[in-house]
Design a protein. Sequence first.
Length: 617
Amino acid sequence: MNGAAHPAGPAALLAQGARHYAAGRLENAEILARQCLQLAPGGVAARHLLAACRMARGALDEGVALLEEVLAAQPGNDEARLHLAAARARQGHHQAVVDLLDELVRRRPGMLQAYSPLATAQWELGDRAGAIATYRALVDEAPEDGPAHSALGDALRQHGALDAAVTLLRRARGLLCRDVAARPLDQAAQAWLLRARIGLAEALVSLARALPPGGPEEAEAAAEARAALALAPTDPVSLTRIGVALHNAGDLAGAAAALGAVDLTQPGADPPAVLVELANVRGRQMDHAAAECAMHALLARQPDRVTANTHLSLLHLLRGDFALGWCGYEWRRLLLSQLPQPQDPRAPPWIVPRDLRGQTVRVVLEQGHGDTLQFIRYVPLLAARGARVEVVTPVHAGLATLLRGIPGVSALVERADSAPAADVVVPLLSLPLAFSTDFASIPADIPYLAVPPEKRTTWRQRLGSGDSRPRVGVVWSGSPTHGNDRLRSIPLGLFRPLLARRDLAFHVLADRLRDGDAALLGDLATVHSPIEDFADTAALVDAMDLVISVDTAVAHLAGALGRPVWMMLPRDPDWRWLLGRSDSPWYPTARLFRQPAHQAWGPVLAQVQEALDVTFR
């Protein structure tokens, strides 16, 4: 077809052009639309058809201008209004979409195709409440519409209304499964079912974060994510979301399969996110070679990526490769806001000279209490070389009393920016590198912490001497805000049978119990209050015959005090506990009990029970 005059009239041309457009013959449809406008320049329908053709062929701005002319001539042309709103959405003009569709939805509640683009635009503008209200209105108007339920459920999930989101996404799944069964070749229905299943898995995982691992929410989340994977998605975004959901639900093999299937060269793929997640999954599977391979793949793309370099250093430290590990761990300094202005991690590190006389070394504490308790052992080594050592303690106030008693600590500094300049400022966890620490040179002379005498006296009096049974201090859970808490902490329901032994006197060493634990604990162990700071905890630990703890600061404290401590570790342990060992080169009095499989606390607790039988028989 060419641009020559056509013998047919405008109506016939328009009808023929519409048929070409519906069949995807856009060039033919556009020629006919233009011919129609030559015969009837004011033809609104022909202008609308031309706009649709131009936008379909990539001329978005031209199509928008034509649609605006259509609406100017026919303000009530709701089909043109919908098309213009779709074009404005593609341009990213979300307020224009709201202006076009809000009035339409209020005027014509039955115009269902207007609700989702309106809600999407409201969401993009930050009006989450408005978007959720629009989706609710759509569900009310279309109670059997699976995509409507899915969209509302996903919006509620992202808004944090997880219980309501789960209810709606379950309903969406049911409706969409019905649609797919009725129309197995309907790709749109399958895409919506995929979206609903992924959203439901993510909502269930979010609910499970506040609960002990291995619950029904995690099991359902894993099942939904596997069902989503069975729908054979190929787009990288869906595969990545499925992999993350399976990881968080505890299905590590499924997560590795989904993430490994992501084609990192495809549009929409996020190679850094995928490779970091895959490294985390492989690490939890104890496949550290694969985890390292994923990190090297990421660093080949982005050599200066801080999280990848830090992650790789932790793999080296976990495997006991201190030479590589300490150097790579300097990358963490770019992630921690409490540290002083970081230097380039590739710069030569500070190595402690033999003679520090006349110099002030300011040590900046970082990360958690356990890190401080483990690595504060290096401070006396600095003092032994003649340094005046200051310790910056802004986020570790509960440790101040103990830190003041460490040999070689000259002063505690709350605000380094208001203190006189120091000769050297070094983060605490950079000291192993500064001292070139290897297995042979780990400073493991214990105790390197001391209980303040007045605290020891106070707590010995509080404990009394009426009970002759051996005292065992226990900690079954750490801070719920810790990033790895769900894996390192043991639900009291699992730990409680150990406390039921009557041959031992159990004492809770945590400064507070979690909600619900007090009622479940009953009189099986003594809870002490108040525990005001770590000096109180140290005095209490010092009075125990044994400490049994998950990986918390109390375990570090017991090790630093030289008290016998048994640690119960998850399958994928923190780097400092190394691999496969039942002892620790950092704490000679520690004994390590490790999970044989992911989330398997039962065998660990059984081993602890057997060890208690042997120790206190």
